[in-house]
Design a protein around this ligand. Structure first.
Ligand SMILES: O=C(O)CCC(=O)C(=O)O
Length: 296
């Protein structure tokens, strides 16, 4: 049987160094300006998370696990070689890579990700929700339709979630970078469209005021750089018709103490967490305990 790395709630390699002193954490802190930008607009971008050699390593692992015949494939919670139904608009989308390779496992404990994540969650402990791979091939890469992440996550309450998107390629408007609608995190919960379906599907669910304020901006990022966004922020990405792929790894977390609001499994293939109980256990590890910041 292929080893399931979800058994390990700490790094299993030395790809990322674990901070041993408070200063090691502090170097990754967002400043006041970045924090207030996030609260005002619903995102903050341009945060360096990975060195080039770490990106290369992750891309090597990715090249293996995108193959459906990979021996660890059964560990993915969801796996779509093409999440759209159109061969000319391909979106590779998979959840659960952290269970399969060392790099995608250990990236969850990357201090350069955890420190800002804790700050953006209000200086709270950070618990893992799930990961995602979003990859668009060159020439025929598909869209990710406008959506709010929380519209897919209402089985977990309250809303105290956070998304971190990190590029494994330089992401530009040409190869289908992420776009945000600044300020839309204050629009309340909207209906959820088909993720790899019609780009503009969300428009049917917006009122006139929201339509008028719908002014997306591209988030161009060098590989290894990240963008954090609020769970209610409207975002999406257009096709990739360029000569370059656009690969990305996404980590979704919530503040420790988030509860299940479903009697069914929260993630495919995991035991249910009864409604009203705290989400924790093998598939939802605590990534950062704020107490560790004081003791480091
Ligand atoms: O990578 C993309 O284009 C979409 C990513 C996304 O929807 C997310 O990070 O929540």
């Amino acid at each position: 049987m292929y080893p399931d790395l979800s058994a390990f709630h700490a790094p299993v390699s030395d790809i990322f160094t674990r901070p041993s002193a408070a200063a090691d954490w502090k170097q990754h802190m967002l400043n006041e300006k970045q924090l207030s930008f996030f609260h005002e607009y619903g995102y903050v971008s341009g945060i360096k998370l990975l060195e080039e050699w770490q990106v290369d390593l992750l891309n090597e692992e990715l090249a293996d696990i995108v193959k459906p015949e990979h021996p660890g494939n059964g560990l993915f919670h969801e796996f779509y070689s093409n999440a759209s139904t159109d061969a000319d608009n391909v979106l590779f989308h998979a959840l659960g890579a952290w269970r399969i390779t060392k790099g995608f496992h250990d990236i969850l404990w990357n201090p350069a990700f955890l420190m800002p994540a804790s700050q953006l969650l209000g200086n709270r402990s950070v618990r893992f929700w799930h990961d995602q791979l979003f990859c668009k091939p060159a020439k025929h890469g598909g869209v990710v339709a406008w959506h709010q992440d929380y519209s897919y996550w209402t089985r977990s309450v309250p809303v105290q979630h956070l998304t971190c998107w990190v590029g494994l390629d330089d992401a530009t408007t040409e190869n289908g970078c992420l776009h945000y609608v600044p300020g839309s995190h204050r629009w309340g919960l909207l209906q959820k469209p088909e993720l790899a379906g019609e780009m503009e599907g969300l428009m049917d669910f917006l009122n006139d005021e929201q339509k008028a304020a719908f002014k997306p901006i591209p988030i161009e990022l060098k590989k290894g750089y990240a963008s954090f966004h609020h769970p209610m922020l409207v975002h999406g990405s257009y096709e990739n018709r360029s000569d370059r792929p656009r690969r990305a790894f996404v980590t979704n977390v919530f503040a420790d103490g988030t509860l299940s609001d479903a009697d069914q499994e929260l993630m495919p293939g995991t035991p249910p967490v009864p409604r009203g109980e705290k989400i924790q256990g093998r598939f939802f590890p605590l990534l950062l305990n704020v107490k560790d910041l004081e003791e480091a």
